[in-house]
Design a binder for this molecule. Structure first.
Ligand SMILES: Cc1cc2nc3c(=O)[nH]c(=O)nc-3n(C[C@H](O)[C@H](O)[C@H](O)COP(=O)(O)OP(=O)(O)OC[C@H]3O[C@@H](n4cnc5c(N)ncnc54)[C@H](O)[C@@H]3O)c2cc1C
Length: 281
């Protein structure tokens, strides 16, 4: 076992279920006992080799079956570049179709995560095409991008489902709003559109002021939606939302590519750097 596995993995388990599928199923069951649904992601992105993309597809098919067999209230969320987007686009569509059909067979939903701006356009096009056949699929939209309002209108016109998040990638200022205040303002604007016209959407944030805003919209609009939060962040808020009668799901990543994901979570929040440094001494 390398230094990374010995020192950082125990800390990373705050944000990931573990390395194996079994660890994800166990975490999903634990979430269910708290009244929280599970959204499980097998970690990986930018897979260039078709054989590896096929292996990721097989992993998702097994994951969906394992969630079903374990009686878990939960489903999978995939990244299109882990299915070969950007290297083997036609193969990616075939792989996505396999996972989407399997979800349908097992009566599970399926989400598509949104990645960096190089993939936004093609992710939305792929989603809209797949959604025609699989109406229960949804896609993440990032409030930090200037284009998201237009994308949201297109998706709502097509009757699609959206998980609204702020956005997690480093992007050029041409593409994204520059300040946190602008991102939050755009999040609130897009959330207003979702409560007005959407159904089966998800509000994916740990930001208390946006969650409060969603709660007050929910009281007046009566839309069908749920809150989605990441594993290891704001457990207090998850429990509070469940107690208040809202539907809540937790995003649970797992797999051996845990390092890049954990780095993203650590760098998002300064206090996590102290957690990391403390674990090193
Ligand atoms: C269910 C779900 C799915 C997601 N899917 C995608 C996706 O497909 N594509 C994408 O680009 N992004 C995705 N994200 C990540 C998202 O874009 C943000 O990077 C992340 O949610 C942090 O933003 P925030 O809205 O919570 O607001 P922030 O302003 O970042 O955080 C609000 C508060 O939450 C707490 N908090 C937030 N992050 C951390 C952390 N890392 N450690 C400790 N506390 C923290 C703090 O109390 C903070 O003050 C997803 C997020 C969620 C919840």
């Amino acid at each position: 076992m390398g230094l990374k596995e010995r020192v950082v993995l125990p800390l990373a388990k705050r944000w990931i279920a573990g390395v194996t599928m079994d660890s994800a199923i166990e975490d999903a069951k634990r979430a269910n006992t708290r009244g929280i649904g599970a959204i499980v992601n097998f970690l990986g992105e930018e897979i260039k080799d078709p054989a590896t993309a096929d292996a990721h597809t097989e992993e998702y098919l097994r994951l969906q079956q394992s969630l079903f067999d374990a009686g878990v209230n939960g489903f999978a969320s995939v990244k299109l570049t882990q299915l070969g987007l950007g290297a083997d686009d036609e193969g990616m569509k075939v792989r996505l179709e396999k996972i989407a059909s399997n979800a349908e067979r097992l009566r599970q939903q399926l989400w598509i995560d949104m990645e960096g701006s190089a993939f936004t356009d093609v992710t939305i096009r792929t989603y809209l095409a797949a959604h025609e056949k699989h109406p229960d699929m949804g896609v993440a939209l990032q409030a930090y991008t200037r284009r998201s309002e237009g994308d949201l209108k297109t998706i709502l016109d097509a009757g699609g489902k959206v998980r609204l998040v702020k956005g997690a990638y480093r992007e050029s200022r041409d593409f994204v709003f520059a300040t946190r205040a602008e991102v939050s303002e755009n999040f609130a604007r897009l959330m207003g559109m979702l409560f007005e016209r959407g159904s089966g959407f998800a509000i994916g944030t740990h930001d208390s002021s946006l969650v409060d805003r969603a709660r007050s919209l929910a009281e007046s609009k009566h839309a069908e939606f749920r809150f989605e939060l990441l594993k290891g962040i704001r457990d207090d808020l998850k429990d509070d939302l469940v107690k208040s009668g809202y539907r809540v799901s937790e995003y649970l990543p797992y797999g051996d590519r845990w390092y890049a994901y954990s780095r993203r979570r650590i760098s998002e929040h300064p206090s996590n750097i102290w957690l990391l440094l403390r674990s090193l001494v």
